[in-house]
Design a protein around this ligand. Structure first.
Ligand code: MTE
Ligand code: MO
Length: 454
């Protein structure tokens, strides 16, 4: 690539980076009506808002004729005394980044306690989700539970039922591992057709952290669990939603499943299950029981409400598929993505995320012509199992309309399907487990739009 190409390609942030909640509502509604210019009109509204200036400033070329005042006029921070240490005992992001937030999709859920907030994937780098931006899914609100009063019980097919305090658990040998968590309902609204405008809402029920805790198999062994005939466990949360999920003993015996108290170097956030949650790598988020208070060992699946009525897949023949918990290989381009605007022809760094519930991502192919030709993207290292993987690819935009897609392949050889392939097997009436290839249309005016092609 020529050096001068790298200077080109200014990009304007997706609207949720600076819109008010009213503005977001407009964008979502306009997008549903398939208005071509919804981003433009939403942006016009946003400029009136407080944070619009910062977003606009990003798109401004550096003045060169009379010199750049940002260089020539010495700013206060180069002359004065800055703030003191521990001005804030727990640091926060820059106020200029204040609109990078997890957000609720307007109108998606009737109550805010049984709802979801989406992580701003299009604003993040690398693979780790900052804990404060981790998506949230609560069935009956979240709690900040006093850890000194929290108890964790193991019972059922065990020799010695046991109760652990948090301190008991934190004294045991621990593991720290990076894993993604994806709600089974991520991308659910897109099963029938395009429904939401940006990557935050199409794919943001996805996050990735370094979790720390104790392998569940260690705790089961301490309780003398019957690992031969106890083929399943039931995991139960302490919140009012009675979140209970069956986990096969085979995945627990592999040592992968652990009981976590740590997240990104500190204790779990209350929204994410403080003080204790189950980590079930590769499996849909619902099985990662938060506020974990009990594990029962049994010899058959429990068919709880969240396994018999919810989190089942309606297949084309009219039958429901149960216990399809694995999150299959999937990927999404996060830049350029829906709602962003390419302001120039020229160089762009296409970047995105890929993941697989079966293990490592082996390769990601990117198409910039609606799926006719594919080029292999660079995977950033380390590539970890059941973890997000960041990919990047150089691209020169010639200013013509085009469709950008990514297609991931995992280490088992499984290839992410397009919508035609997925619907041929799964139909269109499912809610969960939509791992289809995402398409972003770059329009001639630079606006990027969510579209579906087969
Ligand atoms: N106790 C409890 N655990 C729970 C839930 C819940 O509502 N209560 N929601 C589940 C669902 S559906 C998902 S997708 C994940 C979301 O985890 P997060 O809120 O940390 O992103 O937690 C799961 N564990
Ligand atoms: Mo979920």
């Amino acid at each position: 690539m020529k050096i001068e190409d790298r200077n080109a390609g200014r990009i304007r942030r997706a609207p949720e980076g600076f819109l008010s909640s009213d503005g977001i509502r407009t964008v979502v509604e306009e997008a549903k009506r398939d208005r071509r210019d919804f981003i433009r009109s939403a942006f016009a509204t946003a400029v009136a808002g407080a944070a619009g200036g910062a977003a606009l400033a990003q798109g401004k070329p550096v003045p060169t004729a009379d010199g750049d005042p940002n260089i020539l006029q010495l700013p206060a921070h180069s002359k004065g005394l800055g703030k003191s240490v521990v001005t804030d005992g727990y640091g926060k992001p820059s106020e200029f980044e204040g609109n990078v937030q997890r957000r609720q999709s307007p109108g998606l859920t009737p109550t805010n306690q049984a709802s979801v907030s989406f992580a701003p994937l299009q604003s993040l780098f690398g693979v780790v989700t900052p804990s404060g931006l981790h998506f949230e899914r609560h069935h009956q609100g979240w709690w900040d539970i006093d850890p000194s009063k929290h108890r964790f019980m193991i019972n059922g097919m065990v020799k010695k039922p046991m109760v652990f305090t948090l301190e008991d658990l934190m004294r045991l040998p621990s593991v720290s591992r990076f894993h993604f968590i994806e709600c089974g309902a991520n991308t659910a609204v897109e099963w029938g057709n395009v429904a939401v405008p940006t990557a935050q809402y199409t794919h943001g029920m996805l996050s990735c952290s370094e979790f720390t805790g104790v392998p569940l198999v260690t705790l089961l062994e301490m309780a003398g669990a019957n690992l031969k005939d106890g083929n399943f466990v039931l995991a139960e949360g302490a919140d009012g939603s009675s979140m209970t999920r069956t986990i096969p003993m085979s995945v627990i015996k592999s040592g992968e499943v652990f009981v976590a108290y740590g997240q990104n170097g500190e204790m779990l956030r209350p929204e994410n299950g403080y003080p204790l949650r189950l980590i079930v790598p590769g499996i849909q988020g619902v099985s990662w029981v938060k506020y974990l208070r009990r594990i029962e060992v049994g010899d058959q699946p429990y068919a709880t409400k969240d396994e018999a009525i919810h989190y089942i897949d309606l297949m084309p023949g009219g039958q429901h598929r149960q216990y399809a918990s694995l999150q299959e290989c999937k990927s999404v381009v996060t830049t350029p993505s829906g709602g962003q605007v390419l302001l120039d022809k020229g160089f762009y760094n296409i970047t995105g995320l890929a993941w697989s519930g079966r293990g490592k991502v082996k390769k990601v192919d990117v198409s910039v012509d609606g799926g006719r030709n594919w080029r292999t993207a660079r995977l950033e290292s380390p590539v970890m199992s059941k973890c997000l993987t960041r990919f990047n690819m150089n691209w020169i935009w010639d200013g013509k309309p085009t469709i950008i897609q990514s297609r991931a392949t995992d280490e088992t050889g499984y290839v992410q399907p397009n919508y035609r392939q997925l619907r041929a097997v799964r139909g269109t009436r499912s809610i969960y487990h939509n791992n289809a290839i995402q398409s972003w249309l770059v329009q001639e005016n630079g606006e990027v739009k969510n579209v579906q092609v087969s």
